[in-house]
Design a binder for this molecule. Structure first.
Ligand code: UDP
Length: 332
């Protein structure tokens, strides 16, 4: 049994990673301010400390309570569009809180750190698949803030010997196959939950953001990876840190267009998704597909649920069981 401190463990990816850690018997302390996370997303068995990462005293108390062997850092603001409106707020919060957390690790002698990073640091790449050595060119302050943290970790590694894993997610999707956890953002901006709710008649028709991209059907191509497969990759990366720091791109290595996702949701729901064509969304690259050869070679990781239909079915099952998500009130 190992002890872990997980920031943002009440959020979408963080909660699935907490479930994976608990599933193998680890002791998990979550620190989350519940600004976007949900109390109910922290499974029984984990300890939840409700606090903002900017609260230095609370972070110190969390380290003292958790005595972690490693820190997994998910807590961040993560909306690309919002970051374009509030660039300095994103840099201050994401990079500032993250750097303070890395410093706390060094102070407390915690030698391993896992960063929830993003494909957004590649901007709009010209080639696919995108491997770890593709040029870094964030097209948003959100992506920039994650790149700043990757650089901070590189220096913490070089100077202080901190081992770190930078895990760059492509499109996290789906829900815990056991039905305990799912995706619940407010406001929801992601394609699959919006398409599901449109199919179920719980939302207006889904807007397709751009139908004139240079792709076979004119809509954007993304690499959807099941959130539980992402969680598994975190466990493998943690083990890999026994040997060295690592940077991995994480996806299914397969691209699906927006229209292909809409068809998959229609198949799963048994009724078509009502749609309407909309203009392009600012900052959306045409195609993002992960090159995942490095993590596969290092750890043997490969998604267990690579099919888009399987991913969508888990997302639909959770939305059907939780029509209001985790609960409407903030902090639930
Ligand atoms: N998308 C869309 N309509 C929506 C939400 C998303 O057409 O209501 C598109 C979006 O332009 C992108 C893809 O779906 O090409 C995935 O978007 P999402 O926000 O889920 O993830 P992102 O790729 O931005 O991380």
């Amino acid at each position: 049994m190992s002890r872990y401190l997980v920031t943002g463990g009440a959020g979408y990816v963080g909660s699935h990673v907490v479930a994976a850690l608990l599933g193998r018997g680890d002791a998990v302390t979550v620190i989350d301010d519940l600004s976007t996370g949900h109390r109910a997303a922290v499974l029984p068995g984990a300890r939840l400390i409700v606090a903002d990462l900017a609260d230095g005293a609370a972070v110190e108390a969390a380290f003292a309570a958790a005595r972690p062997e490693a820190v997994l850092h998910f807590a961040a603001r993560s909306l690309v569009g919002e970051s374009m409106r509030d660039p300095l707020g994103y840099l201050a919060d994401n990079a500032g809180n993250g750097i303070a957390l890395i410093r706390a690790c060094i102070r407390h002698g915690v030698g391993r750190f896992v960063l929830s990073s993003t494909a957004a640091l590649f901007g709009a790449p010209s080639a696919a698949p995108i491997d770890e050595d593709a040029p870094i060119a964030p097209a948003s302050p959100y992506g920039e803030s994650k790149w700043m943290l990757e650089r901070a970790l590189a220096w913490a590694g070089r100077v202080h010997g901190l081992r770190y894993a930078a895990l760059r997610y492509f499109n996290a999707a789906g829900a815990d196959p056991a039905g305990r956890l799912g995706e619940d953002h407010d406001p929801e901006t992601h394609l699959i939950p919006l398409a599901i709710d449109a199919a179920l008649g719980r939302r207006p028709p889904l807007g397709i953001f751009g139908t004139d991209y240079p792709t076979p059907d004119g809509t954007c191509i993304r690499d959807y990876v099941h959130v539980s497969d992402l969680a598994e990759a975190h466990l493998l990366a943690l083990a890999r840190l026994e040997q060295a720091s690592v940077t991995y791109n994480l996806g299914s290595a397969t691209g699906h267009s927006v229209r292909a996702v809409i068809e998959a949701v229609g198949r799963a729901a048994g009724r078509p998704v009502p749609v309407e064509a909309k203009p392009r969304r600012a900052g959306d690259p045409a195609c993002l597909i992960a090159g995942c050869a490095r993590i596969r070679a290092d750890t043997g990781w490969t998604p267990r649920l690579p099919s888009l239909d399987a991913i969508v079915e888990t997302a639909l099952a959770w939305r059907l069981a939780h029509p209001g998500g985790y609960g409407r009130a903030k902090g639930v």
